[in-house]
Design a protein around this ligand. Structure first.
Ligand code: FAD
Ligand code: UDP
Length: 388
């Protein structure tokens, strides 16, 4: 049986570790942080008792039935639909609260209309959308092509400048394609078949994934390559460039600052309120107790969320995959492919934005792929999924 090291006690390290532990291997999991859970970490707020999503709001949604069964094996999931609201200015310059993603309610309220679905569709496609843009490449072109200038400027332009520190004309269309536009009153932010919230939080779920006789967890422990030599193989979910001591330079990330405040009662009436105006310095406010509607709390804890470029001392959140970063990524991928005894996994190890369900899917596939290489006595590849 093998001795394997998981760097990172987030979903990637926990799921791969569990799979290999169940196959009889000895697993050590290390994490620099004093807690497990990675960026999905949740903890009870000391003053209010609310379960807080410490590194930003996390909603579980997937179409992958195996992944849904997997998470339900470890934790009860409560039904939860993500219904996001946004505060912005309407075409007359009046501030209002609107429904996201853009749906029939948003369109009617924003333009002061009473359209039925077909009428709204005709209005947006014929009077708002810029149909001269045939093949949108940038975020801005995608927005202008499908919703037009008014909705783009109210809901996307300012928010995106704040979120990415760049004009939407410099960002790819793919970022906006994550959000649907609907001509009915469906205000579910996601369109996946399964959606829910772990009853006791993500950290409670990950604790159960890690709860196995063959798994030892060491917190407050930072990986070194020297440490790795004591193991038969390392699964590394830390930053790809960090593994190589940033020898080629640093991959760019956006980081987030959270400004915590308390409120007696209900501050905003929903879990997530976005702010579309560029002049409002934060992107959104999260009121955490609304993520657990089955619990009752008098007090409330909220996070104002600010986005900025990450410095070396900051927590990396969103990979910036502009041309410059892609070129550097390719160089690191080449180094990773030559490195022996290590497989790079997860959102930092592969430098991609990965939702939790995709992280779990890839972790399961990686563990299974690795088990096959053990049976065949082959060398494991640096990546079981394409990182670029
Ligand atoms: P991480 O959770 O980042 O875990 C990596 C761990 O490795 C960390 O704990 C880190 O401390 C540790 N580590 C790093 N380097 C070292 C080292 N050298 N030594 C020891 N330990 C190390 N997904 C969804 O599905 N729904 C959502 O609503 C959602 N919202 C999100 C909101 C935000 C703001 C962000 C940033 C992400 C969101 N995600 C969401 C994505 C989700 O956070 C990821 O899918 C998930 O965290 C990936 O898990 P991971 O284990 O790969 O990485
Ligand atoms: N976005 C926006 N306004 C909003 C919400 C999202 O402009 O109110 C943009 C923003 O650029 C964001 C992208 O749409 O990065 C994708 O939205 P999503 O909710 O998936 O954001 P993320 O998960 O990146 O925070």
């Amino acid at each position: 049986m093998g001795q394997f090291l998981m760097v990172g006690a987030g979903l990637s390290g926990a799921v791969i570790g569990r799979h290999l532990a169940e196959a009889g291997h000895e697993i050590t999991v290390v994490d620099t942080r004093p807690h497990i859970g990675g960026n999905c970490h949740t903890e009870r707020d000391e003053t209010t008792g609310v379960n807080v999503h410490v590194y930003g709001p996390h909603i579980f949604h997937t179409d992958d039935a195996e992944v849904w069964d997997y998470v339900n094996r470890f934790e009860t999931f409560q039904p939860y639909k993500n219904r996001v609201k946004t505060t912005s200015l309407d075409p007359k310059g009046d501030r209002g609260v609107f429904s996201l993603p853009i749906n029939l309610h948003t369109i009617n309220q924003f333009f002061g209309k009473t359209f039925r679905p077909e009428e709204a569709h005709a209005f947006i496609t014929k009077e708002q959308a810029d149909t001269s843009i045939e093949d949108p490449q940038t975020f801005e072109e995608q927005a202008m092509r499908f919703v037009g200038k008014d909705l783009y400027e109210a809901f996307f332009k300012g928010y995106t400048i704040k979120q990415w520190g760049m004009h939407p004309s410099e960002l790819p269309a793919s970022i906006l394609k994550r959000l649907p536009v609907r001509f009915n009153y469906d205000d579910n932010y996601f369109f996946h078949k399964f959606q829910g919230m772990p009853e006791n939080g993500y950290t409670a779920m990950i604790e159960k994934i890690l709860d196995h006789d063959n798994i030892t967890v060491k917190l407050g422990t930072t990986f070194t390559r020297e440490m790795g030599t004591a193991f038969d193989h390392v699964f590394y979910s830390g930053p790809l460039d960090g593994y190589f001591d940033f020898e080629l330079g640093r991959l760019g990330y956006r980081t987030l600052d959270f400004e915590r405040f308390e409120h007696e009662g209900d501050y905003q009436g929903c879990a997530v309120m976005n702010y579309g105006e560029e002049a409002v310095p934060y992107t959104r406010i999260t009121e955490h107790k609304h993520f657990s509607p089955w619990e009752t709390h008098e007090g409330s804890v909220c996070y104002r969320e600010f986005s900025r470029a990450a410095t070396p001392d900051d927590i990396p959140y969103y990979p910036i995959r502009q041309v410059k970063e892609k070129a550097l990524l390719e160089d690191y991928v080449a180094l990773a492919e030559r490195a022996e005894g290590v497989t790079f996994v997860g959102r930092l190890g592969t430098y991609r934005y990965l939702d939790m369900d995709v992280t779990i899917r890839e972790a399961l596939d990686t563990a299974r792929g690795f088990a096959k290489t053990l049976d065949a006595e082959e060398t494991a590849p640096a990546f079981f999924v394409a990182p670029v």
